[in-house]
Design a protein around this ligand. Structure first.
Ligand SMILES: [Zn+2]
Length: 374
């Protein structure tokens, strides 16, 4: 990520806008208060010293180093052991960087996916939850707790929390013979991207290594001619990118008009969870303050991040990034000790609820389940 406002890009591209507006619509049912109360926070699993999800990633994770391999192992083992219904795929590429000379540095994106069991290739639309897992090469020993260890751990928590509902939904749809229509064939994928950080200074070629390689490949990975979606980019119903989360008092803005409705859905979840006293943090303002943003204020700028290669190819983007950036950004202080844990757990709740709502899980609301006390 590069400094907010230092690099402002014009957003409004009519052709892309048009393709977003013509993507298929589907019914959207808000979670009930009861379901919101069931959304788990992750609790001790976000502990920075021995929490199951977060602690193993609070290490330097520079591409091509043992720390990167350890982080990969953590993710893969988690899905393999706890979420066996999710497919695991590696997307490998290599690239030269301005500080590593002629050596090819490996960039390894990890893709975890859960589709309805009956779908064929190119048939499902996929809620796509994204974070980068690499850490910056300098300063030496940099951890990147908000950037983006916490977002990665949140996505693991989301996957684990939605899994049983996804199973139930698929089973019930299968029993009723409901699958096979485009809006119903919803799945979810988690992309943990590599090589987001610049090795020297942020440029078009020194940044977003993993995201650029994946978006480029997907653009020309055509599905069979009779598929509803032409390629994997086309299957992305929303590209939800989390970044720089975990510091206190975050403010996530809404830069993109075409996906502002999705931003509002997430902001609405935050507001309702606060009203229901389901969130722990006590911020100065909402995490997502732009729900009522007026139309004339869109199109003025955004932050460059992993969504760029996808957005340029017409993928709809919801960018969940704190701006201004956390004060610890790109310093040695971006470590576990400087995280605000109530904020971390609240983000885990909000994003989990958003995913459940997106995937229409009111269809399988566990009506008899009693919410645990917070
Ligand atoms: Zn960064």
């Amino acid at each position: 990520m590069i400094t907010f406002l230092a690099r402002v890009v014009l957003l409004v591209q009519p052709l892309i806008l048009l393709s977003w507006l013509t993507s298929p619509a589907f019914a959207y049912t808000a979670l009930s208060d009861h379901f919101l109360k069931l959304v788990p926070s992750g609790g001790d699993d976000f502990d920075i010293d021995n929490g199951k999800l977060l602690a193993p990633i609070l290490i330097p994770r520079v591409p091509g180093t043992p720390g990167q391999a350890a982080a990969q192992e953590h993710f893969v083992n988690f899905f393999r052991e706890e979420l066996p219904s999710w497919s695991i795929e590696w997307f490998n590429s290599t690239g030269k960087t301005p500080v590593t000379g002629n050596r090819e540095i490996p960039f390894q994106n990890l893709l975890f996916k859960r589709e309805p069991p009956w779908v064929e290739e190119g048939q499902s639309n996929l809620l796509t939850l994204v974070a980068h897992y690499d850490s910056k090469i300098s300063p030496e020993g940099f951890i990147g707790a908000t950037d983006s260890a916490v977002p990665c751990a949140i996505l693991m928590h989301v996957a684990r929390s939605i899994d049983r509902f996804v199973t139930q939904m698929h089973d019930e749809m299968n029993a009723l013979g409901e699958g096979g229509t485009v809006p119903m064939d919803m799945g979810v994928q988690i992309l943990l991207l590599d090589g987001e950080e610049a090795f020297k200074d942020w440029t078009e070629t020194d940044s977003l290594y993993g995201a650029r390689a994946l978006a480029e490949r997907w653009e020309t990975s055509y599905h069979p001619a009779n598929s509803f979606y032409k390629n994997p980019l086309d299957q992305i119903s929303m590209f939800v990118l989390l970044d720089l989360l975990g510091a206190p008092n975050p403010s996530v803005r809404s830069p993109f008009l075409p996906t502002h409705w999705a931003y509002r859905a997430m902001a609405n979840i935050e507001q309702r969870m606060r009203q229901l006293n389901l969130l722990e943090s006590t911020p100065d303002g909402p995490f997502l303050p732009d729900a009522e943003k007026v139309i004339s204020r869109f199109g003025r700028g955004m932050v460059e991040d992993d969504h760029i290669p996808f957005m340029r190819r017409g993928v709809p983007i919801l960018h969940v990034i704190a701006t201004p950036f956390p004060t610890v950004w790109h310093t040695m202080d971006d470590d576990g000790a400087h995280l605000d844990m109530p904020t971390v757990r609240d983000w885990a709740r909000i994003v989990t609820a958003f995913a459940l709502e997106w995937l229409d899980m009111m269809e399988v609301e566990p009506k008899d389940e009693v919410p645990a006390s917070r």
